[in-house]
Design a protein around this ligand. Sequence first.
Ligand code: GDP
Ligand code: MG
Length: 162
Amino acid sequence: MFTLAIVGRPNVGKSTLFNRLVGRRLALVDDQPGVTRDLREGQAKLGDLNFTVIDTAGLEDATDDSLQGRMRRLTERAVDMADVCLFMIDARAGVTANDEMFADILRKRSNHVILAANKAEGSAADAGMLEAYGLGLGEPLRLSAEHGEGMSDLYSVLLPIS
Ligand code: GDP
Ligand code: MG
C-alpha cells in the first residue's frame, strides 16, 4: 500500500484521472487534522493494485495573482504526504511556464516522480510529448485520463513501488 499524489497546474486533467482511479471509493478527508478540502483523498484501484490517491484541488478558483503561491503550497503538502508523485502536463498544450515551476519543486523535493503527459489521445499530442522530455524528469507516460488510455503503462510504473 502506497500513496500517490497527482500534481500539476489547473486544467491538465488531474481530477479526471483521480475520478477514474477512485470510481466511487472516495473518502473525503475534510475532518482529518492537517488536511483541508483543497486535497481530496480516495482509495484507488488499478488492476490488482490498491493504493491511496491524492488530488490537489482548490486551484481552480484562485485568481492569477494567488495561483502560483497556492499551487506551490498545495503541491508541497501533497508531495510530503505521498510516496510517489504523478506530475501531469497537458500534451496538447505543451510545456508551460507553470509546468516548469512544478518541475522545479518536484526535482528539489520529491521522492519519486512519474511524469505524465495527459490528453495524449491522437496526434495533436505528439509535439507536447517531445517537449515533455525537456523537463528533465525522465520519459513521459502517455495518458488519456478521459478515454482511459495509458492505464496499463501507469500500472507498469506503479507495480515496482507497490
Ligand atoms: P484538473 O484541473 O487538472 O483537475 O483538470 P480536470 O480533470 O478538471 O480536466 C480539465 C479538462 O480537461 C476537462 O474539460 C476534462 O474533460 C479535460 N480532460 C481531462 N482528461 C482529458 C484527456 O485525456 N483528453 C482530453 N482531450 N481532455 C481531457
Ligand atoms: Mg481538479
